[in-house]
Design a protein around this ligand. Structure first.
Ligand code: CA
Ligand code: CA
Ligand code: CA
Ligand code: CA
Length: 179
């Protein structure tokens, strides 16, 4: 008896389904009684999901903005900032370019010392551009074709060299975001 009187829905039998991002954290089951269904003017308004907005700069979607996210620019410079690449275009000029990566590094990256924003050349994202943590990484890759910022390709041209990468690191050597 009780089961026939109660219609259980995981999500409603309405014509227009709202869409939710894949980041929805949870859904709720709603029990709707037969009484409410029989009244055609009954509208059920429910918040069905608690949606966490995307974290700007979290390109790999794991809930942080770190060195791994900077590497999302590798191989994508010069592309149109649409579709899956739209979030990479931070300066809103319609293209994924080096300026977007600079904005990402300087304003969005969360460093291991719990600060936000760091300097180009901070390859290990600890908030400071130094010799031991960063310059040695770059020197170890010097002359090599690499595809990541974290390996020393600061300008994302696919190779670690002196003019394109080492000079940028040297210019920021000693810079720190430590308050
Ligand atoms: Ca991330
Ligand atoms: Ca851009
Ligand atoms: Ca560093
Ligand atoms: Ca380079």
């Amino acid at each position: 008896m009780f089961q026939t009187a109660v219609h259980r829905f995981i999500f409603p039998c309405v014509t227009a389904f709202p869409t939710f991002s894949s980041r929805a954290k949870k859904s709720r089951r709603i029990d709707v009684t037969s009484d409410s269904i029989e009244h055609s003017d009954t509208s059920v308004t429910a918040i069905l999901s608690s949606v966490t907005p995307p974290l700007p700069g979290d390109f790999d979607g794991v809930g942080d903005v770190d060195c791994d996210d900077i590497d999302a620019y590798a191989g994508n410079l010069g592309m149109t900032a649409t579709g899956s690449l739209a979030s990479l275009g931070l300066d809103e000029d319609g293209q994924v370019n080096e300026n977007d990566a600079v904005i990402h590094i300087m304003t969005l990256v969360q460093t291991s010392n719990r600060q936000t924003g760091t300097f180009r050349g901070d390859l290990d994202c600890d908030g400071t551009v130094d010799v031991l943590g960063d310059a040695f990484i770059l020197i170890g890759s010097l002359g090599n074709a690499v595809s990541t910022y974290t390996a020393g390709d600061i300008n994302f041209d696919g190779v670690v060299d002196v003019l394109g990468d080492a000079f940028t690191l040297i210019a920021n050597l000693g810079s720190t975001n430590d308050p």
